[in-house]
Design a protein around this ligand. Structure first.
Ligand SMILES: C[S@@+](CC[C@H](N)C(=O)[O-])C[C@H]1O[C@@H](n2cnc3c(N)ncnc32)[C@H](O)[C@@H]1O
Length: 89
């Protein structure tokens, strides 16, 4: 049996649904012109959704594989010019 990498099966690197993520983002108010920093961003799904809603963003995580995945997703979604993600180790 072959197991796919964790991030191929999950949207978030944690127990968070899309519904709950959208509620969290809406609770922040309008994001246009805001800068969001996510410390421990995983593969940055939540941060990328904040950026898609109008913010710019920066995420850091100690997991280099997660950061690489987040960077790829940012490019795939056309958000790479407004978000940076970096490995903290
Ligand atoms: C619950 S996950 C984050 C989920 C993420 N916000 C998302 O949208 O999917 C927590 C993250 O914190 C990171 N982390 C924990 N301790 C850290 C540390 N000291 N420095 C950097 N990252 C850390 C872990 O590698 C993990 O990716």
């Amino acid at each position: 049996m072959t197991l796919t990498p964790l991030h191929d099966d999950l949207l978030f690197n944690g127990p968070l649904s899309s519904y709950r993520a959208d509620l969290l983002l809406r609770s922040l108010g309008p994001l246009d012109g805001q800068h969001v920093v996510d410390l421990g961003c995983g593969w940055a799904e939540l941060l990328l959704r904040a950026v898609a809603a109008g913010a710019t963003g920066h995420g850091v995580d100690q997991d280099a594989e997660a950061i690489a995945h987040g960077r790829k997703v940012a490019v795939d979604r056309g958000l790479a010019d407004r978000v940076t993600v970096a490995c903290s180790i």
